[in-house]
Design a protein around this ligand. Structure first.
Ligand code: SF4
Length: 395
């Protein structure tokens, strides 16, 4: 197996206090969680996968969910043994829910080396949060944000949703104002997408859905410009920062290797059979009964391999989301004849929507609004056999 000098780690905590109306992530609302069994399964899976793939240095860790701030302190402390002696680890993020966050948690995170928290706020408007199915913190959201400002010394990001039914663009502007007032340095701002099977999707009729999506698009430019006015720089389609980016997410967009632990988590690894996307099935019972340390040939894993062509498509699809772009050398190594590819992109380059800078091809910030159009265009181009070296496998 390949040896990895550095990689990222994702840990999925699939538990929530209640289910939000719009959510289709894998999370369970059980009240009787066997935390010790879950912790042991995570550690077993870590031991198995890290030794199988010769994982050496962890660059970034992201503990997501679900609601990771529900994890009992003693369990989190045990899990933190994974990164405890990893001096190269630049960023350790934990997702927190304002409902379950207490001052003591912030001290604990600090002690365990967690240096970034990401809070799912979604909206500063209490009525809207209620309609999303989100419970209110006892201290109120302001009380929680004041607590974080006072006691948290690490980096701080929040998630917001724009375009939720019942909101207007003025609400979205007001959300950005509130984030700025609390000196929040990083925003992940997602346009509401209606996922099939969620309670929200069932609530909205087709006509209402269309109106909603049109409204989001019509007012997006005002919101985007207001973020820039408030010093939030766009570095990825949905991510804005006054300071540093999310390094963990940069690894994803770069297609760098990562390991995912826990039911519903995915790993991405380079193997001698190709680029492997390795998924853990969304099945807590199986994860616990198998004890997490199951070998790679167990049915619990979903395995998809990409050959050089598919991998190049993925690199472009992910890398052209952010201003950090894609390494041209990596595209060439996978068989893309780059000068011919550039020739197909000349209109985009001429309009400065695509920038080519030494070894990097990247989108301009203004072209991020046309990302879907660009992706479609590129995917069609890549179907052209003349863009590929003859010895590249047609996968
Ligand atoms: S807290 Fe997050 S993961 Fe849990 S139900 Fe709500 S959106 Fe989904």
């Amino acid at each position: 197996m390949t040896e990895y000098d550095s990689f990222s780690l994702y840990i999925h905590i699939p538990f929530c206090i209640s289910k939000c109306q719009y959510c289709d992530f894998y999370s369970l609302t059980s009240t009787s969680i066997d935390w010790i069994a879950f912790q042991n399964a995570l550690l077993n899976q870590w031991n198995y996968l890290s030794s199988l793939f010769n994982m050496k240095k962890i660059n970034t860790v992201y503990i997501g969910g679900g609601t990771p701030s529900m994890v009992p302190p003693a369990v989190l402390e045990k899990i933190s043994g994974i990164w405890k002696n990893q001096t190269s680890c630049k960023e350790i993020t934990l997702e927190v829910n304002p409902n379950s966050l207490r001052t003591d948690d912030l001290f604990l995170y600090n002690k365990l080396g967690i240096n970034r928290i990401s809070m799912g706020i979604q909206s500063f408007n209490q009525d809207i949060r209620r309609s999303m199915g989100r419970r209110e913190p006892e201290k109120g959201l302001k009380g929680i944000l004041d607590m974080v400002e006072k006691h948290w010394t690490g980096r701080f990001s929040i998630d917001l949703i724009y375009g939720y039914p019942g909101t207007q663009w003025k609400d979205w502007i007001s959300d950005v104002d509130r984030a700025a007032q609390h000196n929040i340095e990083h925003l992940s701002l997602y346009q509401l997408t209606l996922e099939n099977g969620t309670p929200l999707a069932k609530l909205l009729s087709k006509k209402e859905t269309k109106d909603l999506l049109d409204y989001q698009d019509d007012y997006w430019p005002q919101l985007r410009d207001y973020l820039s006015f408030k010093d939030y720089k766009r570095y990825e389609i949905s991510n804005f920062s006054r300071d540093e980016p999310s390094y963990h997410n940069l690894h994803y967009w770069n297609m760098d290797p990562w390991i995912g632990l826990g039911p519903g988590a995915w790993s991405h690894l380079n193997t001698n059979k190709g680029h492997l996307h390795l998924g853990n099935r969304e099945n807590l019972e199986d994860f616990l009964s198998l004890g997490g340390g199951m070998p790679l040939d167990n049915d619990f894993y979903i395995k998809n391999y990409s050959g050089p062509k598919d991998y190049t498509r993925e690199m472009l699809m992910m890398g052209l989301r952010s201003i950090y772009g894609v390494k041209i050398s990596a595209l060439k190594e996978n068989g893309l004849i780059f000068p011919l590819f550039l020739d197909h992109l000349k209109q985009w380059i001429h309009s400065k929507d695509i920038l080519v800078d030494k070894n990097i091809i990247k989108p301009s910030v203004k072209s991020m609004d046309r990302h879907n159009q660009l992706q479609l265009y590129i995917m069609e181009c890549l179907d052209n056999p003349e863009l590929w070296s003859v010895n590249v496998d047609n996968k």
